[in-house]
Design a protein around this ligand. Structure first.
Ligand SMILES: Cc1cc2nc3c(=O)[nH]c(=O)nc-3n(C[C@H](O)[C@H](O)[C@H](O)COP(=O)(O)OP(=O)(O)OC[C@H]3O[C@@H](n4cnc5c(N)ncnc54)[C@H](O)[C@@H]3O)c2cc1C
Length: 419
């Protein structure tokens, strides 16, 4: 029977909030099968009010909870099974750290994000910019099929042959078209990876960012590198070499030690699961923040200067610069609803205060936007997330599959039509 948790129930405090926000939903439905997801959707539609879909509850824009509406919490759909060879079937409620741990004994891994607590459902319906991205592509590039419940309660298996338009839309704008209840991925054979962490002291942020950008872009594809810049003087880097040869890994890490004075360093061969372990810390809205984001093609002089000004302005607490490029850019821009296939960096600024004006000076230098790293929403941002041809195709699909705009919480493609 479908479990529905309401205010006053013993379990309510544990299911009302997400990682980035507190919530006060009228009902949290916790389906344990696809049939129960259909039932939960019917309940939500009959009740009316806001509808939130939640997988891991780590969505940065906090739309996986609400006030006085219904949450469909897919946390119990969290199995990871091997279906043959390199194919695995994963539930949306699994966390990426648990997926990595389950895949490791089979010698397999799927590039996900940098946090093992992030849920499969939110990340695998928007992109998945991960620590093996330059070697193996986005998470969605590994998707071969998905089970999807659409607004009318129909369950469909979508893949390249069945409902190919829906399969295209799931890979970048999944939240707009339905609830994914299961993902079939082709995993990569990755027994272990080289994992390096570096701490830098920075004297000149512009020069540092230029050197970082050039080092990332000239690194072999096995390298993916994420940078976390705190204020102006200090940065942490996580660098993964997607391979098991320690000498090659060491050679590939080498140039990163010359980017700036290194205060601390560590490098080892570990299972990918060791890079993205899940903590399963309870959600209490503990990480609320404002973030703005965009893609950069290169960290050239104007971009590096703009980002350095932002980082040292005192308005932003952290600048995250994740490598994209490599295998991610081998896929054509129209192959998936995620269309950003020529940029080399995803840039995200994080602050506990509003910093819209400071970000406005950087935004014109960015090309496109990854919707999962943005806490604001506007027609302009929607158009940055989905270029014109992508947005138009998504709207056609949306009209057919969700004419009542039931799934309207997360970068709704209907927004510009309404405004
Ligand atoms: C600490 C942290 C680090 C991160 N690092 C990265 C990173 O390195 N790379 C990266 O790509 N992303 C990263 N992200 C962003 C992350 O991918 C997104 O926030 C993602 O949406 C979280 O997935 P979730 O299932 O936990 O989210 P939830 O909060 O459960 O869901 C977010 C939204 O996604 C949609 N959604 C969720 N599940 C489904 C489903 N099954 N079907 C349809 N729609 C669904 C819903 O609209 C929902 O509101 C990070 C986020 C955090 C908090």
């Amino acid at each position: 029977m479908l479990e529905v948790v309401r205010p006053g129930d013993r379990l309510y405090p544990a299911v009302r909030d997400v990682y980035t926000a507190t919530g006060r939903p009228a009902a949290v439905a916790r389906p344990s099968s696809t049939a129960e997801v259909v039932e939960a959707l019917r309940l939500a539609r009959d009740t009316g009010g806001p509808l939130s879909v939640r997988s891991g509850g780590h969505g940065i824009s906090s739309v996986a909870t609400n006030v006085d509406g219904t949450v469909i919490d897919l946390g119990r759909l969290n199995t990871v099974e091997r279906t043959g060879g390199d194919l695995v079937r994963v539930g949306p409620g699994a966390r990426w750290g648990d997926v990595a741990a389950a895949l490791h004994p089979w010698g397999l891994a799927i590039s996900s994000g940098d946090s093992g607590d992030v849920g499969v459902g939110g990340l695998a319906t928007t992109g998945g910019i991960g620590l093996m991205g330059r070697a193996h592509g986005l998470t969605i590039d590994h998707l071969v099929a998905a089970e999807l419940v659409t607004a009318d309660g129909t369950t469909r298996r979508v893949d390249a042959e069945h409902d190919p338009e829906l399969f295209w839309a799931v890979r970048g704008a999944g939240a707009n078209i339905g609830i994914v209840t299961s993902f079939d991925f082709r995993a990569d054979r990755v027994p272990v990876v080289g994992h390096a962490t570096l701490q830098y002291r920075i004297d000149d942020v512009t020069r540092f960012l230029r050197a970082w950008g050039e080092t990332v872009e000239s690194a072999p594809r096995e390298i993916s590198a994420f940078l976390y810049l705190m204020g102006g003087g200090f940065a942490l880097a996580t660098i993964v070499y997607a391979g098991d040869d320690p000498e090659r890994a060491g050679r590939a890490f080498g140039p990163f030690t010359a980017v700036a004075p290194v205060l601390g360093r560590q490098a080892q061969l570990v299972p990918y699961a060791g890079v993205v372990a899940a903590t399963h810390a309870p959600h209490r809205g503990q990480q609320g923040a404002t973030t703005h984001t965009g893609f950069a093609v290169h960290l050239d002089e104007p971009v590096a200067t703009g980002l350095a000004e932002l980082a040292t302005s005192g308005t932003v607490e952290m600048l995250q610069i994740r490598s994209t490029g490599g295998a991610i850019n081998d896929v054509s821009a129209d192959a998936t609803a995620y269309a950003h296939r020529h940029q080399n960096f995803s840039v995200t600024a994080v602050s506990s205060t509003v910093f819209d004006q400071a970000w406005e000076r950087v935004r014109p230098m960015m090309e496109g936007l990854y919707l999962s790293f943005e806490t604001s929403f506007s027609t302009e941002l929607l158009e940055a997330a989905f270029p014109p041809a992508t947005l138009s195709r998504l709207r056609d699909i949306k009209r057919q599959v969700d004419p009542d705009d039931v799934f309207n919480q997360n970068f709704p493609v209907t927004a510009a039509v309404r405004s």
